[in-house]
Ligand binder design. Structure first.
Ligand SMILES: [Cu+2]
Length: 145
């Protein structure tokens, strides 16, 4: 019986597309979302942002493991890929508007200036590159007092 289960697991693994190089496959049904703050919320800085992910797992940057990735927070930037479809095929930049949580964090305290801000999560693979198809949250808008 144990042997049969192992075989089943192996067959499941092999049914995913295998790329020698190129995009890391995602679970196309995976859902990434911002648990808090809520869309439209008024908050004070630093803002505790909680990251949600269903249908895939979290692994630290540099760890290549099937169906995993780490969270990236995109602040005040155009919805990811909308302005440049090619961008989803490259590693996410690391700057003040693209924050990597390569330790596998599921929440963070984020310093934001007073005013209106947009937040979006994008899942990146071990090499900080979006999966195929890319997994990302919807964009939320918050107001920092
Ligand atoms: Cu990253």
């Amino acid at each position: 019986m144990k042997h049969l289960l192992k075989t089943a697991a192996l067959l499941t693994f092999l049914s995913f597309p295998v790329y020698a190089e190129g995009p890391t496959p995602s679970n196309p049904d995976a859902v990434q979302y911002i648990i808090s703050p809520m869309d439209g919320a008024t908050v004070s800085s630093p803002v505790k942002v909680q990251f949600g992910l269903q249908g895939m797992g979290i692994a630290p940057a540099g760890v290549e493991k099937e169906m995993t990735g780490h969270h990236h927070l995109v602040i005040d930037s155009a919805p990811f890929g909308a302005d440049d479809p090619e961008a989803v095929k490259m590693a996410l930049p690391a700057d003040e508007t693209h924050i990597h949580y390569g330790g596998g964090q599921s929440e963070a305290m984020v310093e934001l200036a007073p005013g209106t801000h947009t937040l979006q999560l994008v899942l990146g693979d071990w090499s900080h590159t979006p999966h195929e198809p890319p997994i990302m949250s919807k964009v939320i808008t918050i107001t920092v007092e």
